[in-house]
Ligand binder design. Sequence first.
Ligand code: SF4
Ligand code: SF4
Length: 291
Amino acid sequence: MNDITEIRWHGRGGQGAVTSAELLALTAIKEGNIAQAFPSFGPERRGAPVIAFNRISAGKPIRSRAAIAEPDIVVVLDPGLLGIIDVTRGLRDGGVLIVNSSKGLATVNSEIGGPWKLAVVDATAIARDILKRPIVNTAMLGALIKATGVVNLESLTQPLEERFGKLSEINVQACSKAYKEAVVMEYSPGVKKAEKVYPIEKSLSWKELNLGFVVTEMGNARSYRTGYWKSERPVRDNAKCIKCGMCALFCPEDCIHQDAEGYFEADEFYCKGCGICARECWTGAITMVEA
Ligand code: SF4
Ligand code: SF4
C-alpha cells in the first residue's frame, strides 16, 4: 500500500455505499489517522450505480479531493454491477477487491479475478438475515476490515452506534458476521485481468443523449437500460390483482404493460427495481423480491 490508502466503493442508490465510506473515515480518524470520504454523484435515484471514495493516511497530509482512478482497494456492494461496469478499472497490482456475492470465491475469481487479493462474502444474505433488509453496507465494512486490516473491527462500534442509534446492535452483528464469513484469496503476481467490454461502456455518454427526451418524457429507461440497476424486482400475486392499472400509472420508467389476460406486467429489462409499484398497489398484490 502507499502512504495514503485509496478506496473506491461501487454500489447502487439505497445500498449505503456513501454511508460505508463515511463510517470508515470516522473509524480511521478515531484510530488517529487522517481520512476523507466523499461520493461521486450520478443519477441520484434508488437503484442507480453509485460510487464513493475514501483516502486514509497514517500521517501524510491528504491534499487531493479528486475522484480515485487508481485505487488500492475496491469494494463492490452489488453483485449485479460486475457484469455491467468495470469495477476493477485502475485497481493497482497487488491491491484488494472485496465483492458481495452468493456465488463463492472460486466462481467470482473466474469472473473477475486478476492481479489482486480477492475477498468474497454473501453480504446480501447476512443483511436479509440480520437487518431484514438488503442494505449491505455494514456487512461489507466487516469484509473490508478482514481483507485489508485498514482499521480495527472494534473501532467501528462507536461510529456505528452514533450513526444507527438503536439499530446499531444489529449493524454491529452484520459487520461481525461478514468479518467471520468473508473468504479471502491471496494476491498472485502475474495473473492477468480478463479483457471485457461492459454494457454501460457501450451506452451513450450524457453528452450524446437527447436531453430534451430525458428531461421532458417519463419512461427514459430505454436510454439508461435501467433493468441493469435493480437489486430487487416486483412479483405480482394474481389472486390479489384486480387489474386496475395503478402500478403502471405510477411506474416512473413506464415499463409496466398490460398482457393478453389484462394483468399489468413489469418489463424485466427496463424495471429498475424502485418498488414504487409495490407501494402504490392498493390491494397488496405486488411484493419486491431479490432480483
Ligand atoms: S396496482 Fe396492484 S391490483 Fe392494480 S393492476 Fe397493479 S398489481 Fe394489480
Ligand atoms: S415496475 Fe415497479 S419496481 Fe420496476 S421500475 Fe416500475 S415501479 Fe419501479
